[in-house]
Every structure is written in structure tokens, then in C-alpha cells.
Unconditional design. Structure first.
Length: 327
């Protein structure tokens, strides 16, 4: 068997690089999410040095099964967050040496403060990236060369992905499963982990802010109702009426809770549902457009291309080919 054939048949190797001060919760996320796709991923955890004992942010240490040599065989590298007291504008020598072992073409993923390590190593220069919203001012001061967006849960910039704090590590890992194997598999993994397959909006909904005095109800019930009626036009006034708010109050509350406007949220949900139908059904493009609330197939094509850069037919062909290859 040639090396290329071997790479095509072996599981995709995910190597989690645990740095001193690592947060235990996020450290375990890749090993919880990726193995839910049987046979697809091989997940290992390594230290940056041959001393495999790593201090965590809690009151215990962990002994890892691998040293930095594991990074040489990684298809995807995940850098979990670590204690903020250890954040630096420069990468420590042993960590830099470990990162240098990553082979060209490998996918690199950070969770929360892991983005500081990637930025310090120059891996985010000129790229869009995110990190925990509370750390955004500090990140901008330290790394002005990075196009930071603190309003999103994660950013996929091709071979480098960055995500916000804590549970966004689950979001980005599910996104990787979705990109690798399609929505149906990612949804199955989400069910096994008892988490939503896709969280709406960005980090804005988690930033501490006063509760508006105009209303104590919120927009969650209206969002659930909208998802059940996605094929309808759903104008802002209709949504506001359902929530029993004025248009202005509803739009403000919606933005506060989801991080996006009602119109943008509806487009995101319609594109998400259209992708699912493209992957799992033989419905014509115009029929799918009608099912998800886009007026025409042309409108679906425009919105899908804006969201992921491909046409509906190209997207369908890609995931059908993936499904056949897995079969």
C-alpha cells in the first residue's frame, strides 16, 4: 500500500497539545466529541516536552500518554486553553519547538486562550480569529496583526480554526465533524453528547449586561416558533407580534440574546436547513428553497454561496460523494 493510500484509509489523527495550566474541561472536549464517529478519528493527547506531566488550572496534574513527537503525525492539532497568568506575547522555547513539529497542511484549532499561543507563534498573522470575549481587548493590544472578531463562537479560516471560551470548544469540534462527514453525522454526535448541533448567534448573548426594563420575557419562544414556520416569509412585525413586543424592542432583545439581527438569524437558519436537505434528500433546488423560506432557487443559490462559497448542486455532489466513499 502506498503512503497516499494509507493516508486515505487510516483514521484522521487528532492530537491535543496540553500546555501547562491547561483547563481540564476543554482538554477533554476533543476526546469526547471525535470518538463519537466510530473509526473516523484517532485522538491522542500530548505534552510539549518529553516530561509528560502537565499542571492543570485545577488542583491536580495530568500525565499524558505522548510527548511532542505525536504532533508529527497529526492531521488536526487542537490547542486547549490554559491559565491566563501564563499568557505571553512570546511562545516559550519548548512550545515553539513542539509547534515546529506540525507538518505542513495539518489543520490547527484553538479553544479560548489557545488562540494566544497560535498568535504568538505567528500562525494567525493577517487571519481572522476569535477568542473569549472578555480577553478581546488584551488580545488586540498584544496581537494587532490579527483580525480579531470577538463576537462569534468560532472562525473557520481553512487550515486554522479558532474558537471562544469553554463550550465553544464543543461547537468547533462539531463543526469539524460536520465539515468532514456532513450534518447528519454531526447531528448524531451532538445527540450523543447531549448538546445542540448548532448554537445560534455569537458571543454577544453571553456578555454580562443589564436586563432591559421593557420586557422580561425574551425571544426564545419566538425563535422556536420561527423554526417551525421557516418556510413562511416571517417579517419582523410578525415576529414582534408573536413575542408581544414592539418591533424596536423585539429587534433589540433579539440582538442582545443571539448576537445577530432577526433577519440575519433567519438567513442562517434557512441556510442550515437547506444544507441538511441537500445532504439527505433528492428534492429539487427550487423545492428546497421553498421548504426553507427562500423565495426562489436563485435566492437559495445566492445565500448558500455567500455562506459557504459553493452552489447548492456542488454542495450536494460533495456530500453525496463523501457518503458513497464512507459506504
Amino acid at each position: 500500500m502506498s503512503e497516499i493510500d494509507f493516508l486515505r484509509t487510516r483514521p484522521h489523527r487528532v492530537v491535543v497539545l496540553a500546555l501547562d495550566g491547561v483547563y481540564p474541561f476543554e482538554l477533554g472536549i476533543p476526546n469526547r466529541v471525535f470518538p463519537c464517529v466510530p473509526g473516523a478519528y484517532d485522538v491522542v493527547t500530548c505534552a510539549a516536552t518529553d516530561d509528560r506531566t502537565v499542571a492543570t488550572s485545577a488542583d491536580f496534574t495530568v500525565t499524558l500518554g505522548h510527548g511532542p513527537e505525536a504532533l508529527e503525525s497529526a492531521d488536526t492539532v487542537v490547542v486547549p486553553p490554559y491559565d491566563m497568568a501564563r499568557i505571553s506575547q512570546e511562545v516559550p522555547g519548548p512550545v515553539a519547538a513542539a509547534l515546529a513539529r506540525i507538518r505542513p497542511g495539518a489543520r490547527i484549532v484553538s479553544i479560548c486562550t489557545g488562540a494566544f499561543t497560535l498568535a504568538a507563534a505567528g500562525l494567525l498573522d493577517g487571519r481572522p480569529a476569535t477568542t473569549h470575549w472578555a480577553l478581546a481587548p488584551r488580545f488586540r493590544r498584544m496581537f494587532p496583526q490579527v483580525a480579531l472578531d470577538p463576537d462569534v463562537l468560532f472562525i473557520d479560516d481553512g487550515d486554522v480554526l479558532t474558537s471562544a471560551g469553554a463550550a465553544s470548544g464543543v461547537d468547533v469540534c462539531l463543526h469539524i465533524v460536520r465539515a468532514d462527514h456532513g450534518s447528519a453525522v454531526a447531528n448524531s454526535v451532538a445527540r450523543q453528547c447531549v448538546v445542540p448541533p448548532w448554537r445560534d448567534g455569537g458571543q454577544a448573548q453571553y456578555i454580562e449586561q443589564p436586563v432591559p426594563e421593557e420586557s422580561a420575557t425574551g425571544t426564545a419562544a419566538t425563535r422556536a416558533w420561527a423554526l417551525e414556520n421557516l418556510e413562511r416569509p416571517l417579517a419582523l412585525q410578525e415576529l414582534a407580534d408573536h413575542a408581544r413586543m414592539s418591533r424596536r424592542t423585539f429587534a433589540r432583545r433579539f440582538q442582545d440574546e443571539t448576537g445577530v439581527s432577526p433577519g440575519r438569524w433567519l438567513i442562517q437558519q434557512r441556510v442550515h436547513r437547506a444544507r441538511h436537505l441537500l445532504e439527505t434528500s433528492d428534492l429539487a433546488i427550487d423545492r428546497i428553497a421553498a421548504e426553507v423560506g427562500f423565495a426562489t432557487g436563485t435566492s437559495l443559490r445566492q445565500h448558500l454561496h455567500a455562506a459557504i462559497g459553493v452552489s447548492p448542486q456542488a454542495y450536494r455532489n460533495t456530500f453525496r460523494a463523501t457518503a458513497v466513499g464512507r459506504g
